[in-house]
Design a protein around this ligand. Structure first.
Ligand code: ADP
Ligand code: ASP
Ligand code: MG
Length: 426
């Protein structure tokens, strides 16, 4: 007997028909002799709708009340799934964030899970009850409802799996695994049998939204076995226990798979894109010690994450331009903060641009292989795609380009690194 956490995303939960399909998958997993807990998202589009209501009610919304509104989508689907499971003859009940409880810390709308009390859950599961938990929501130290940032149900699922010592956390979504890039953009994207925690963490953080970044970090820290697989399958589908999807594995497990010939080591494992950043250019900043600190300190104090930074070579008269990116959602706030500090920083103009995209290539293979970045620059330049900024880490190279060229760039790079599906057959 195994203990399994199953998480179903928004598309899988969109409407009673789909929820019935989910209930069938859950029932089968339990009928195989397993203890089962299920974490669910709101119906597809519902969280966006709720966010808009909150915005319309008050553009400068109180984050605590925002959470009350947006957490409700998951409350609906958890009750509906419990009802549907009962209609199939299963014992099932919902456990809301405050009932478990899922204790969170830090800010509303981007809360972090601190602790989950798994005892009541484990006891219920032991009695043959299917526990249905709304993802995304928790409860603050003050007893108020919190939410964990968009895509947060993935993190709820991994946290529940860690709390009850689950044997596996299956993340069911609308694609059948993690691919070399977003399969909705590149038809030749290839499904990966396995990907390391480190690579998945990097891919998620640079825009591959198939898993929330925090969920991968948590799984890595807690050693949770995670599989990404599709809920859009027929009755004759390969059982989840036979790992039809993509398994997130440790470096050691990956090495074993490579030795057995089940995985091939590539320099680049995957490519991701992110259209949610914006560029800020400050012109004619004094080229002297302390100038850059004056720019970034107020942004850091306001919890605005700065990503790529370029400081141009100083022009004459001891001045320079500084370019950097921030999340689009924080652009207006960042601009206002910088305007406030205009005299202190001493810049001339602020130029902003939201029509940019970040394209990243990721792979642990690049730790020991030179030339990955130059392949990227050559492939993009051959297609006339201009690079506006570059940043790198040990296992990633990112470039900033014009947003209109996103899809083209991803496709071109996918081919340049030999990742296209037909390459494998060749
Ligand atoms: P859910 O609602 O189930 O949480 P998401 O929309 O959050 O689903 O994530 C699934 C989507 O992630 C897929 O539909 C796909 O378009 C996208 N995606 C982006 N990059 C990848 C990738 N490398 N592999 C698989 N899917 C990806
Ligand atoms: N419903 C939330 C969202 O859309 C959380 C999730 O689905 O993971 O972001
Ligand atoms: Mg998601």
């Amino acid at each position: 007997m195994a203990r399994i956490v199953m998480k179903f995303g928004g598309t899988s939960m969109a409407g009673t028909e789909r929820i019935r399909r989910v209930a069938n998958i859950v029932r089968k997993q339990q009928a195989g002799g397993n203890e089962v807990a299920v974490v669910v998202s709101a119906m597809a589009g519902e969280t966006d709708r709720l966010v808009n209501f909150a915005r319309e009610a008050n553009a400068l919304h109180d984050p605590a009340e925002y959470d009350v509104v947006v957490a409700s989508g998951e409350q609906v689907t958890s009750g509906l799934l419990a009802l549907t499971l009962q209609s199939l003859g299963c014992k099932a009940r919902s456990w809301l964030g405050w009932q478990l409880p899922v204790r969170t810390i830090e800010a509303h709308a981007k809360a972090r899970i601190d602790a989950i009390d798994g005892d009541a859950l484990a006891a219920a599961m032991g009695r043959g009850e299917i526990a249905v938990i709304p993802g995304f929501q928790g409860v603050s130290e003050e007893g108020r409802i919190t939410t964990m940032g968009r895509g947060g149900s993935d993190t709820s699922a991994v946290a529940v799996a860690a709390a009850i010592g689950a044997d596996r956390c299956d993340i069911y979504t609308d694609v059948d695994g993690v691919y070399t890039t977003d399969p909705r953009i590149v038809a030749k994207a290839r499904k990966l049998k396995a990907v390391t925690y480190e690579e998945m963490l990097e891919l998620a953080s640079v825009g591959a939204k198939v898993l929330q970044t925090r969920s991968v970090g948590l799984a890595m820290k807690e050693g949770v076995r995670v599989q990404v697989l599709s809920s859009f399958v027929g009755d004759d589908a390969v059982p989840a226990d036979d790992i039809p999807g993509t398994l997130i594995v440790s470096e050691d497990e990956m090495n074993e798979l490579v030795e057995k010939g089940e995985m091939e080591r590539q320099h680049v494992t995957g490519i991701a894109h992110d259209k949610n950043e914006a560029k800020i250019i400050l012109t004619r900043v004094p080229d002297k010690p302390g100038a850059v600190a004056h720019i970034f300190e107020p942004l850091a104090a306001a919890s605005i994450n700065v990503d790529m930074i370029i400081q141009n070579v100083g022009r004459d008269k001891g001045e320079t331009d500084v370019t950097f990116t921030v999340p689009q959602a924080d652009l207006a706030r960042a601009q206002a903060l910088l305007e406030d500090k205009r005299d202190e920083i001493g810049f001339n103009r602020i130029i902003t641009d939201s029509r940019i995209a970040k394209i990243s290539v990721v792979g642990v293979g690049m730790k020991s292989h030179a030339g990955v970045a130059s392949t990227m620059f050559r492939a993009l330049s051959d297609r006339g795609i201009n690079i506006q900024a570059i940043s790198t880490s040990e296992i990633k190279v990112s470039v900033m380009i014009d947003e209109d060229e996103t899809e083209l760039a991803v496709r071109v790079l996918h081919t340049a690194y030999g990742l296209d599906a037909e390459d494998e057959a060749a």
